[in-house]
Design a protein around this ligand. Sequence first.
Ligand SMILES: Nc1ncnc2c1ncn2[C@@H]1O[C@H](COP(=O)(O)OP(=O)(O)O)[C@@H](O)[C@H]1O
Ligand SMILES: [Mg+2]
Length: 165
Amino acid sequence: MSPVLPPNALEVISHSAEQTRRVGVRLGTLLQAGDLICLHGDLGTGKTTFVQGVARGWGAYDPVTSPTFVLINVYRRTDGGQLFHVDAYRLSGPQEAWDLDLDAYLERGPLVVEWAERIDEALPAERLDVAFTWRDDTQRDLLLTARGSHYETLLTELRRRTFGR
Ligand SMILES: Nc1ncnc2c1ncn2[C@@H]1O[C@H](COP(=O)(O)OP(=O)(O)O)[C@@H](O)[C@H]1O
Ligand SMILES: [Mg+2]
């Protein structure tokens, strides 16, 4: 871990798709309605792979797919809970995101957004940002940054579960 990271940030070097999923699983177990997770990074850096873990940890029984034919994927849990997944790559920009009324989804469940930077103006400032960087065929750098006290608490808990401190 980099010694210069601020306290609201956590860096994880992932050496496999499964490891990226496992980080997602740990995060997914902590998520509640209203939680916003914004994923950033180029194509193939592991954003959808991470969402597979998030959905698994959260308890979804629906499989995670890239939102291709619909703008918002919904993953269900047996208790009736819903997890929402948007790929902003499919959206023309913030206006289309405004039209989707993402706040209404957030009231009902956690929301994970891939390519969140494309619709940044349409998203709340308080969120957990996760930036993915490609290192080599199997290695990715995940930089998680909490924006706001709720997400700092979430990240502290994630750090504790990941590193035991
Ligand atoms: N450490 C890693 N973390 C995540 N994905 C990885 C990793 N190493 C290799 N991969 C592969 O990279 C690809 C990532 O694809 P995907 O998750 O769809 O990316 P994105 O949604 O960012 O476009 C998958 O084929 C996955 O198996
Ligand atoms: Mg993707």
